[in-house]
Design a binder for this molecule. Structure first.
Ligand code: AMP
Length: 495
């Protein structure tokens, strides 16, 4: 049902037949040569055909679908102020707020010389400004699934005229339990449409999704799925679990890393590590699903500006981040899901630059290491790391968990990005080795429930109170975001 694209030898953007206003924006961005995914995808998308694209963030995939979408919508662009002349015609769904924001920024840039309007909606921020913008009408809407459904329920947007749908980072959307929401959204769209599915990895589930919702898609692959970038040097360091914090500090200092993402498997682990390495004089901030949207954006912006040296992140928060020329990533924990390793190390070595992917592996993580090597089909270099200056691995607040045998730094595994804050703080979580085959919290697989803000805004029948989850802030458990980037570099505690 699908065939594989033949790589065209397109050397410049002129050869795609894009409108001058699009070419002008491309030129202003300084793009001269299409990336491989762009060279392959743009001509196919322009023909209106469905696409199944295997490409990671960092390959230029956003432009590979945005540019032809803008081109195809241009004949419908209108300068009229009437919202009726600006229905949603292209919908781009992303798993995380950060990716939605990034894609929206790109689309806005590429469409800036056209009359097409674009907008972005994601959870964690006030719905009202988003609603106002949607009511005025937008042709290209970028959204995370949960918040989009909130808007649909509130009737601030209508998806009945969508001609083009993009499922960006589809694998991550499924990982995060968005399938029920996706199905709901897909049911609201016209059957006659073009669907583009992008995914860094292709699991059986993704193939099933494509088989259900795509029509004779063209498969476009720029890097083999499940492969890791060849310009990334990967090293695994064997360290005792208790030496990991010291190891991170040592690697950052020894290698003079000025910008590094450190991956943790849990939200609490990320917050704790950020605090601990800050105490060692490294400017750090944690980003994960329990941080407010503003906190996450501020931390990310500060990191991009070079004001933060170490961004300590969970997989969900870091997914799809586009940070130019990131020299290194460190895996504080090896991921439970081997595919996450591919995504994590894809943050470095972008756009032909070289990068280092450094992973810490404690004796209890050997199985995760074996899973990764199986997935990427090659052994990784394993070295012993002697940690010169050990740093206390646990803080006072976690003693109880240590006594309980749960102080493994893996509690609070992050689930679905947008709504993960609904989880009860301190709720008991299974030890991580049981979670490997069940990475998604059951909560996230429940059918869609509108968020409280959507409910209060909608004048439709309110959901029964019993179905509303008790929402308690995790701030007390995690501490605020008072990391050094907001204050001064030597600030030692975020609580
Ligand atoms: P993406 O994979 O879409 O997240 O893009 C990764 C980065 O590459 C972004 O910063 C883009 O602005 C940049 N980019 C995309 N296409 C090109 C191109 N043809 N030439 C140079 N940079 C590009």
């Amino acid at each position: 049902m699908s065939d594989t694209a033949v790589t065209p030898s397109t050397e410049t953007f002129d050869q795609f037949g894009l409108a001058p206003e699009i070419l002008k924006a491309i030129q202003e961005q300084g793009y001269t040569t299409p990336t491989p995914i762009q060279a392959q995808a743009i001509p196919v998308v322009l023909t209106g055909r469905d696409v199944m694209g295997a490409a990671q963030t960092g390959t230029g995939k956003t432009a590979s679908f945005s540019l032809p979408i803008i081109q195809r919508l241009l004949p419908l662009a209108s300068t009229s102020a009437s919202p009726a002349r600006h229905p949603v015609r292209a919908l781009i769904l992303t798993p995380t707020r950060e990716l939605a924001d990034q894609v929206a920024n790109n689309v806005r840039t590429y469409a800036q010389h056209t009359a097409l309007r674009s907008s972005v909606v994601f959870g964690g921020v006030d719905m009202n400004p988003q609603s106002d913008e949607l009511r005025r009408g937008v042709e290209i809407l970028i959204a995370t699934p949960g918040r989009l459904l909130d808007h649909v329920q509130q009737k601030t947007t209508n998806l009945g005229q969508v001609q083009m749908l993009v499922l960006d980072e589809a694998d991550r959307m499924l990982d995060m339990g968005f399938l029920p929401d996706l199905q709901r959204i897909l049911n609201l769209l016209p059957k006659e449409r073009q669907t583009l599915l992008f995914s860094a990895t292709f699991s059986g589930e993704i193939k099933k999704l494509a088989a259900t919702y795509l029509r004779t898609p063209q498969t476009i692959e720029v890097a083999r799925s499940n492969s890791t970038a060849t310009n990334v040097t990967q090293v695994v360091y064997e360290v005792a679990e208790g030496d990991k914090t010291g190891a991170v500090v040592q690697l950052i200092r020894e290698r003079s890393l000025k910008q590094v993402i450190v991956f943790c498997n849990s939200k609490i682990g990320a917050s704790r590590l950020a605090r601990q390495i800050e105490k060692q004089g490294i400017v750090a901030a944690a980003i994960h699903g329990d941080r407010s949207q503003n906190e996450r954006m501020q931390a990310l912006d500060a990191f991009k500006r070079g004001e933060i040296e170490a961004l300590v992140a969970t997989d969900v928060a870091a997914r799809g981040l586009d940070i130019a020329e990131l020299p290194a990533v460190i895996n504080f924990d090896l991921p439970f899901n081997a595919e996450d390793y591919v995504h994590r190390i894809g943050r470095t070595g972008r756009a032909g630059a070289s990068g280092d992917a450094l992973s810490l592996c404690s004796p209890s993580e050997r199985k995760q290491l074996a899973d990764i090597e199986k997935l990427i089909k090659r052994p990784l270099t394993v070295e012993r790391l002697v940690v010169d200056t050990p740093v206390a691995h646990h803080e006072g607040g976690s003693r109880r968990r240590e006594r309980d045998g749960r102080g493994d730094g893996h509690e609070g595994r992050e689930g679905r990005g947008e709504r993960v804050g609904h989880r009860r703080p301190g709720a008991y979580e299974r030890p991580h080795h049981h979670r490997q085959s069940q990475p998604v919290d059951d909560f996230f697989l429940k059918p869609y429930e509108p968020s409280p803000s959507a409910r209060s805004a909608a004048e439709e029948k309110p959901a029964p109170a019993a179905s509303q989850k008790q929402k308690q802030p995790l701030a007390a458990l995690l501490g605020g975001l008072g990391s050094a980037w907001r204050n001064k570099p030597t600030s030692s505690s975020s609580s």
